[in-house]
Design a protein around this ligand. Sequence first.
Ligand code: SF4
Ligand code: SF4
Length: 384
Amino acid sequence: MPKVYNWQIGREMDYWYPETRPERQAAAVFDTNKCIACQTCTMACKTTWTSGKGQEYMFWNNVETKPWGSYPLMWDARILEMLGPQKWVKEDGGYVYRGKTIFEAAKPGERVLGYLPEDLDYAYPNRGEDETNEILRREKFYLKLPHDLWFFYLPRICNHCTYPACLAACPRMSIYKRREDGVVLVDQVRCRGYRECVMACPYKKVFYNHVSRIAEKCVFCYPAIEKGLWPRCMRTCIGKIRMFGFINKPEDADPENPIDFLVHVKKVALPLLPQLGLEPNVYYIPPTHVSDIKFLQMMFGPEAPQAVETYNKAMGGGDLELIAVLHLCVSTDRIITRFKLRGDKEVLGFNEKGDEVVRVPLKEPTIVRPFFDEKLKVYRHNSP
Ligand code: SF4
Ligand code: SF4
């Protein structure tokens, strides 16, 4: 197999095809601290793309409660267990993954380590919702600080991976990565429904349509991206946890590009299960309240504690620039490729053409209304 470089694991790895990167890579950042599991994103996607026959069980976007929630059933635990020991080592100031990726752990004659979920694995999309990491026993019904009962919401879509397992596994070469934005798509004419992609994707984000008998998956709402707009799940997000943009490789990182800034400069947004080796392009700001750091490191890589620290520092007022970008990115549904801070007053976002598309104050003005309105000669109060 050819060797390709995966910056998320800090080393070269085996992949079925040689390294080819798109002209630009579409990417997203999700702030898990703000997700309320309202499932508006899930329904926005469902009503847009998967309301047809054979798509009833499909959730291209789903939101699960960690640690117990999973869709399909135990997708993460199963692949991590199959993969075996996952070891990160600090070398030359950075972390290198010294375990095997799912490409390197593939069985003889197979391209990727994977498994095919059974029908029942898709039967309970809300399994584990709002369940904590421990069983709530009577003696636990009091507030203990720091509290060790936790859960968090993990919204998931296809990661439009740099090294997609679905693409590598397809014997018909029906899955392709668009040159212009890195969006991973299934060619609906070429596909014969072998389900190799379903078996290979460790995130289980390709689905088999039992009526049309072909594979279907998230398209990152590419018609919207082509118009400079965000995908549906991101535009409708109630918690404003989602940001969309384009990401560069670390060595080409542009500190004025909001996604590069969050991922490469501040390192506050991390990939999901980077040890699998796909270089996924959806990044997560890890939850700050989870006391089990090892769990966070398993999910988001060894740098999760530093990301939490950086985020907490910003929220405490210690990093105006980071706060500015987090505010800016959720204040528009237009793709921002560059931001600029104007002192401590406001932050501006620009599109690819260089036009200003959004301007956000860093401090909202406080207006105090006088108790007595001199003009109308009335008191303002809330009681009748
Ligand atoms: S998340 Fe799965 S379906 Fe999406 S690109 Fe990666 S391997 Fe393919
Ligand atoms: S719409 Fe936003 S806040 Fe609601 S569940 Fe989806 S990601 Fe979370």
